[in-house]
Design a protein around this ligand. Sequence first.
Ligand SMILES: Cc1cc2nc3c(=O)[nH]c(=O)nc-3n(C[C@H](O)[C@H](O)[C@H](O)COP(=O)(O)OP(=O)(O)OC[C@H]3O[C@@H](n4cnc5c(N)ncnc54)[C@H](O)[C@@H]3O)c2cc1C
Length: 384
Amino acid sequence: MIWKGALVSMGSGRRPERVAVIGVGVLGASVGWNLSRQGAEVVLIDARRPGEGVTNGSFAWVNASNKTVRKSYFDLNVAGMAAHRELATAIGPDSWWYPSGHLRWADDPAAATELLATAEMLASWGYRVEVLTGAEARRLEPALVMPGEVPVVWYPDEAWVHGRHLVGRLVDQAVAAGAGLRSGCAVRDIITGTDGGVRTVVLSDGTRLDVDIVVNAAGPSASEVAALVARQLPMRREPGVVTRVDCAPAPIGRVMHAPRIEIRPDGDASVVLHSREIDALIDTGEEVSELARMLHESARNVVPELGDSHIAETRVANRPIPADGFPSVGVVPSVPGYYEAVSHSGITLGPVIGRLLATEIVSGKTDAMLADFRPERFAVPADG
Ligand SMILES: Cc1cc2nc3c(=O)[nH]c(=O)nc-3n(C[C@H](O)[C@H](O)[C@H](O)COP(=O)(O)OP(=O)(O)OC[C@H]3O[C@@H](n4cnc5c(N)ncnc54)[C@H](O)[C@@H]3O)c2cc1C
């Protein structure tokens, strides 16, 4: 392969830095797009076609209201929402960016009280939220069935994203800016030099690419790619199931969390369904078609207009979650030139992680926003 990028300023001086991004889902595409804009020599490598991993099997809700477990994680997700808005301005929003807000309600008093308490805390953190009545929510979404007096939490700044279309746009622009693209080629090996730093990436077709830097953005396969440089990246197993239902026209216009079912539009003639309760059945051996049927039934209870709709596609995907539940982003100091971009909530976080990591690679400067999410927290002790 011929490298044809520009010179990048790296810490001590100027020399060509050749970066291989391994995995082109929302995270790899975001890192690659930002790197190519900053003049780095980039090659994007994916075992399949870009955007066809978890990014294409995601509920794809852009939010921070569900990320309150740690304030720094909430802040990163808020930055993710802002980065999406900036990206929509930079690359154009059509076909991937749907900033239509999010409705959430519960049907038992304890869960409703919890939703309201979370909303109050989020408001105190400066997050935009309103509490509507069911009747007011139905003015936004007339197809919903819910009691008129139930409290409905409304997050106007939240959104959903068409992940595969977003990845396609980022990859097209990165390639137009000079990035290379190798799709249908898995990375089989990463060869390191005597100093332990990355030197060469070996692809499944036998191609060898000499590189200075690799970015592990391999989603649920990230621990296998990490193992190629003898790094242990512990990950959780947390599969999820998402079903797309065809219905013309789509009876709802925004993301919503109803009791036991999450629904969002997917273009004008489909909706996408997800439920944490149904995810919990994946490992019980239940047929995927039965999981899809249950999702469809729950959705029809909330949106009766989905009665005539039919299930078009169901995907089961593993969430790419490092073992402690938080992202792993940045350089791994023990392997010079090896970086990670691995995260759940990657749809929300992709654009901000892409920007921060590209800046770290090009300038050597780490951003304080990533302080709690550095890869070295998973370093194996010397005697381990
Ligand atoms: C059911 C479900 C619901 C979700 N809902 C949301 C949500 O509402 N909001 C949200 O923000 N996030 C959500 N997520 C999480 C989000 O979808 C993921 O965090 C995000 O898509 C991860 O993107 P990625 O680029 O890391 O991974 P992927 O999209 O999987 O991309 C990784 C790529 O790496 C490639 N690859 C793997 N190994 C190799 C190799 N050796 N060589 C070359 N290429 C390789 C794969 O082919 C793949 O294309 C959800 C996930 C699931 C499963």
